[in-house]
Every structure is written in structure tokens, then in C-alpha cells.
Design a protein. Structure first.
Length: 197
């Protein structure tokens, strides 16, 4: 459903309205390439063969915990036109004697000590701006931006869909089911709804 904001139509968010996407928990994420183009490689006899862009997609996914120390990676898979992965947020595990905040602008990351009083503001949303919070949106923005910057050096037409799919994993059974789904994704490529056939 479209809503008006500042006299422009926008699509309603697919995010769960009352959920804090920076809360500790496990999140199943799917990010698709623009028009579901097969930038990342191909499936050959149930095996994923990565292209140069697919290798970069994996490399930067593995780097997520380096930039966001409160994140652990669950299973993930790079597919021809999308990435599936589980991100586990555990902010309790990332607290140390000398805390650092990582300011990220697409590709540049510099660790800076947290000041005594942090007064973050951003646009019309003020402190509620998602990009100033340690949450899933900020992580995915960094990942997509980092990939885009490097991948466009090799393939100028590379792009992502503007949104991403997320699912909050609420129990151990669901976690195991999704872990298995991700692991078997290349074998089930022909039945995958993201296949883009």
C-alpha cells in the first residue's frame, strides 16, 4: 500500500512495525540483485560456480563482523542473483573495557572511541534515523554499498534491488530449518522463487 510523505508517494515498509531491528536475535536476510540479474555466477549440476562478483559478494559478507562486532554469521550462501544469510545480533558479547563505535559511509570505516556524551541526530527522524542505529538496516546498507563500490569497477551495470527481505527467527526449530534451507539452496535452484526464470 502506498502512503504520502512530503507530498510524494512511497511504498509502505515491509519491516515488522513494532520490532526493534537492533535487538538481539537472529535474522534471515535475502538481498537480490537488480532485476534479479545473474551477476554472481551460475549453478552447474547443483553446484554454485562463482563469478568475480560472486567472490566479492562472499568476501564482503564474511567481513560484516569486522565492521559490526556485535554480529555473528550463521549459514549464508551466494547464489547467481541473490544472497541468503543469517545475521545474529548479540550486543552483550561485543561489550569490552574500551568500546568503539564504527562510523560507516558506504565503504570507509574508522573506529573511533565513544565520546562521553553522544548526541546523534539525523534528518527529520532525529535520533530515530535507522542509519545511526546499530541495526539490520545499517549492516545491509554497509554490505550493499561496499559490494556496489567494488563490483562497479568490474561491471558498471551492477546494482541491487533497493530493498531486502528479512525474517525474524523466533525459535530453535525455525533456526535449524532456515540453516538447512540456506545450505541446500544451490541443490534446489530450479525451485527457488528467486531463480528469476
Amino acid at each position: 500500500m502506498s502512503q504520502k510523505f512530503q507530498n510524494k508517494y512511497r511504498i509502505s515498509s515491509a519491516r515488522l512495525q513494532n520490532w526493534d531491528y537492533g535487538a538481539n536475535g537472529a535474522y534471515f536476510i535475502t538481498i537480490c540483485t537488480q532485476n534479479r540479474e545473474h551477476f554472481f555466477g551460475e549453478i552447474v549440476e547443483t553446484q554454485f560456480i562463482a563469478s568475480e562478483l560472486g567472490i566479492l559478494a562472499e568476501k564482503f559478507w564474511l567481513e560484516i563482523p569486522e565492521h559490526f562486532p556485535y554480529v555473528e554469521l550463521g549459514n549464508f550462501v551466494i547464489m547467481p542473483n541473490h544472497v541468503h544469510g543469517i545475521l545474529i545480533i548479540d550486543k552483550n558479547a561485543s561489550v569490552s573495557e574500551c568500546e568503539f563505535v564504527v562510523e560507516t559511509r558506504l565503504i570507509a570505516s574508522l573506529p573511533m572511541p565513544i565520546p562521553e556524551t553522544t548526541n546523534k541526530t539525523g534528518g527529520f527522524a532525529g535520533n530515530k534515523t535507522p542509519m545511526l542505529q546499530d541495526n539490520i538496516s545499517r549492516i545491509i546498507r554497509w554490505y550493499k554499498g561496499r559490494c556496489s563500490f567494488e563490483m562497479r569497477k568490474m561491471h558498471a551495470d551492477f546494482g541491487w534491488q533497493s530493498r531486502f527481505h528479512d525474517h525474524i527467527i523466533r525459535n530453535e526449530k525455525s533456526f535449524e530449518t532456515i540453516q538447512n534451507y540456506i545450505e541446500k539452496n544451490p541443490m534446489n535452484w530450479n525451485e527457488d522463487k528467486f531463480c528469476g526464470k
